[in-house]
Design a protein around this ligand. Sequence first.
Ligand SMILES: [Zn+2]
Length: 286
Amino acid sequence: MSQFEPGKLINLSRLVHRVVAPNAGMMTGPGTNTYLIGNEEIAVIDPGPADPIHIDAIISAAESLNGTIKWVLCTHTHPDHSPGATPLCERTKAKAYGQVAPAEGMSQDQSFKPDHNWQDLEVLETDSFKIKAVYTPGHASNHWCYLLQNEAMLFTGDHIMNGSTVVIAPPDGNMSDYLNSLEKLKSEAIEHIAPGHGDLINTPLEVIEGTIQHRLMREDKTVQKLAEIQPANLDQLVKEVYDEVPIFLHELAKYSLTAHLDKLASDGKAEKIDDTWQLTSLSSSN
Ligand SMILES: [Zn+2]
């Protein structure tokens, strides 16, 4: 676990360095991964929470690389990823890149004020590296992945994690978007995934495909359980659809279950009447 000791600088490759924030927990695994890309001119990906100890650790890491932080890139604006951007940019004069928080949705970091809003597939090109921004809504409507083209390494924020399951919480989270964003990544040249939480992944295509299949399996199970117990409300459904998941996680699972049901509704396969869900005739015919 010393690899994930908060504040410790770990060199993952020639260009990629990691400092973990001191915010380990059920939703954050060993803590948020803050990445420093480059050695002289540095781009930080996901500065994490606005914790002065962590901001100090990022700045010391850059100093020990003899580098200057010029850019701060955020994958999305959940509270464990972007709030550090404002204090880090104030102290280093770096520019913030990303997308502002939506006004509604799960707890969002409204303090994030990017100097630059990405275009999809736009490339940040510096003297020593190129980073392509890939729009990947799903976990959050303003989620971006970053592809370090020099090393075919994709920084996935909370789109893909290592060791914990991504929660899709509507209305800002959207399961159809999430699956489309996973499909979209298959056309990129990726050899490694650097997630927002957990260690590097060196089998990117297997993990992307496995994540898609896992979600589709859950969708199928939702249809199957609905057919058995419909009409059913969320409390009834979560026990059936997530029956292999520990009960203490069911409150959390209800978010992703809602995302699956919303997708089924937009696909015309299920409908919600008052607080209960049922399949439509279309769904039973295929
Ligand atoms: Zn996160």
